[in-house]
Design a protein around this ligand. Structure first.
Ligand SMILES: O=P(O)(O)OC[C@H]1O[C@H](OP(=O)(O)OP(=O)(O)O)[C@H](O)[C@@H]1O
Length: 180
């Protein structure tokens, strides 16, 4: 498979549809998906990461792929619905980019004090969901390695606590023509 640059891969395949970002379109192309996964993993290869955490739903796909790149396991954070066995830690988020609050769940046995955790997601905007994930991770006694995201649109107060944040692109780098 031809190797392409992660940023170029996103810019080529990313779509706006009815005013909404369609990040799934990036994943349909095998070379683009591979480039994005490598690009997300790269800044954290020597960061001592022992586990990747991913948020339902796109964070599941990307997080598991980045975990394989880093040679570590994947830990899911699920939203309210869906079977999720065992003891859970639970956090309510502040309002996210859609004005919604979510109930996030993490299996208590998934992480411990020896872990250093990287959050992988497609997009960060208000950081409300990432902040709740970080609280869950810390409640397990694990350390925080930062965030790897495709699009970094985070401004404001949450940035220092969630960092380092490595984004492949800033939201203002996405082609304006595609906003239509
Ligand atoms: O920075 P915030 O304002 O908290 O928003 C970022 C989160 O929102 C999106 O997920 P979404 O809730 O749309 O779920 P999805 O992946 O199932 O579409 C995105 O994948 C992040 O997880």
């Amino acid at each position: 498979m031809k190797q392409i640059n992660a940023r170029e891969a996103v810019l080529e395949h990313f779509r706006w549809d009815g005013g909404h970002a369609d990040v799934w379109a990036v994943f349909r192309d095998g070379a683009a998906l591979a480039a994005v996964v490598r690009g997300l993993a790269e800044p954290f290869r020597r960061a001592g990461v022992t586990a990747v955490v991913g948020l339902e739903s796109r964070g599941f796909l990307l997080g598991a792929a980045v975990a394989v790149q880093l040679g570590v396991g994947f830990v899911p954070v699920r939203k309210a619905a869906g079977l999720f066995p065992g003891e859970k830690l639970i956090r309510e988020t502040d309002r996210d980019y859609r004005g919604l609050r979510h109930t996030l769940r993490l299996q208590r046995a998934a992480l411990g004090e020896r872990d250093r955790v990287l959050l992988v997601d497609d997009w960060i905007e208000t950081g409300s969901q990432a902040a709740a994930v970080r609280e869950l991770v810390l409640e397990c006694g694990a350390g925080w390695a930062g965030c790897a995201v495709i699009v970094d649109q985070l401004t404001g107060r949450r940035r220092p606590a969630l960092g380092p944040i490595h984004g492949l692109l800033r939201a203002d780098e996405l082609p304006a023509a595609l906003h239509a």
